[in-house]
Structure formats: C-alpha cells, structure tokens
Write a protein that binds this ligand. Structure first.
Ligand code: NAG
Ligand code: NAG
Ligand code: NAG
Ligand code: NAG
Length: 192
C-alpha cells in the first residue's frame, strides 16, 4: 500500500517535470536546429571582366555611373566611391572562366564608402540549362576586404520558386582592376 503510493507520487513528479520544462525545451531545440539547417546547398563561380577602354568585346561589365571626379573608363579614386557597375557575367560550376556557363549573373554593384573598399550588390542568377531553370535573387552589403561576406538570398523563380537563404561570397581570384572571380556558396533555408 505504502509502496504503491510512493511509486504513484514518483510518477506524478516525473510526469509533471516532463510536461513543464522538458518538452518545451526539446521543441525549441528542434525548431532551432531545423531553422539552421539549409534545405539546399549550391556552389557557383561567376566571372566579372570590367571594361577598361580596350576590351569592349571581352568585357562583361561596365561602369555606368561615376562621381564628378571620375570617368566611366577607370574606376574612381577614393576606393571607387560612387561608381556604379552593371554586369552580365557567366556563371560556371568550377573556377575556370572557360568552362561551359550554366547561367548568367546579372545586376549591379555600387561602391559605397570612401574610406575602405566596400560595395552593395543587387543581382540575379539567371539559369536556363539542363542543370537549373529559373532564377535566384541576391541583395546585400559586400565588404570586399573580408575573406568571406554573407549576403541575402531574397527570392527565386522556377526551380528556386519562393526560396530564401544566405549566400557566402569569397573573392576567388583578382587580376588588377579588370577581372575578378567570386565563389558563391548558396545556402537555402526555404525550399518549395
Ligand atoms: C578576356 O578577359 C579575361 C580577363 O582579363 C582574360 O583572361 C581573357 O584572356 C580575355 N579573352 C580575350 C579573348 O581577350
Ligand atoms: C579616366 O580617368 C583616369 C584616371 O584619372 C585617366 O587616366 C583617364 O585618362 C581618364 N579617361 C578618360 C577617357 O577620360
Ligand atoms: C531557354 O533555353 C531554351 C532551349 O535552348 C530556349 O528555347 C528558351 O527560349 C530559353 N529561355 C530563355 C528565357 O532564355
Ligand atoms: C567578415 O568575416 C568574418 C570572419 O571571416 C565574419 O565573422 C564576419 O561576419 C564578416 N563580416 C561580414 C560583414 O560579412
């Protein structure tokens, strides 16, 4: 009789502690983990060849706006502050400029600080290949001197319908002020 009551009380205590804290915490942990795990990871490279006065045929980007002290042939002084560049760059799956492109990176960047090299990026990856169809849209601050920079994946269409996530950029190569190659690690946290 006594033993049965002790067992009953013990079970009550255990069940109470479970219903109080533990399941809630477990639920929160589960939620956090689900939110932080990407539903899709993709890696791309894109190649930007800036017009320099001599490479009109080869160039994939052009300075379209510049401050009064600059011109549209050479990026302006003071860390290119005020320059606006429009690009239509090939996207490849590896870091070779001459690999068959799987799409185009299309958009613009704005150099937006005099004191350091930093830019603001707004662009889309436009795919029309056997690998992918549709687009992924990106926007965000790009502090170029940082080894890696995170920008937002703000949406998508086609294969990437309604997607969102974060893309980690790194400068994979750099040749003067004419060519650079960005590696883009796309981590999507919303997939449909
Ligand atoms: C185009 O520009 C890139 C980067 O500067 C260079 O590597 C490549 O050889 C150029 N191609 C031609 C055909 O000039
Ligand atoms: C553009 O600016 C650069 C640097 O100041 C200068 O060397 C170049 O001659 C200018 N080009 C034109 C077309 O004005
Ligand atoms: C995508 O590629 C196909 C086949 O090459 C072509 O018929 C279609 O017009 C392209 N679509 C776009 C939006 O470029
Ligand atoms: C710059 O890089 C560091 C580490 O490499 C990272 O922690 C930080 O978030 C980056 N800053 C931006 C603005 O991306």
């Amino acid at each position: 009789m006594e033993l049965a009551r002790v067992v009953f009380l013990l079970m009550l205590v255990i069940s109470c502690s479970y219903s109080d804290a533990s399941p809630k915490q477990k639920h929160q942990l589960r939620n956090k983990k689900r939110v932080r795990e990407p539903c899709k990871r993709l890696v791309f490279y894109f190649h930007d060849i800036i017009y320099n006065g001599y490479n009109a045929k080869n160039a994939t980007s052009a300075i379209v706006g510049t401050p009064a002290w600059g011109n549209r042939t050479i990026l302006a002084g003071q860390n290119h502050f005020g320059d606006v560049v429009v690009f239509d760059d090939p996207i490849t799956l590896d870091n070779n400029l001459h690999s068959p492109p799987v799409g185009r990176a299309q958009g613009f960047y704005i150099y937006d600080k005099k004191e350091i090299f930093t830019a603001w990026l707004g662009f889309s990856f436009v795919f029309n290949s056997t690998h992918h169809k549709g687009s992924i849209n990106f926007a965000g601050a790009d502090p170029l001197m940082n080894k890696t920079r995170d920008i937002s994946v703000i949406g998508g269409t086609g294969d990437f319908f309604m997607t969102r996530g974060v893309a980690t950029l790194s400068t994979d190569a750099f040749e003067g002020e004419v060519y650079f190659r960005l590696r883009v690690d796309v981590n999507l946290f919303e997939c449909w």
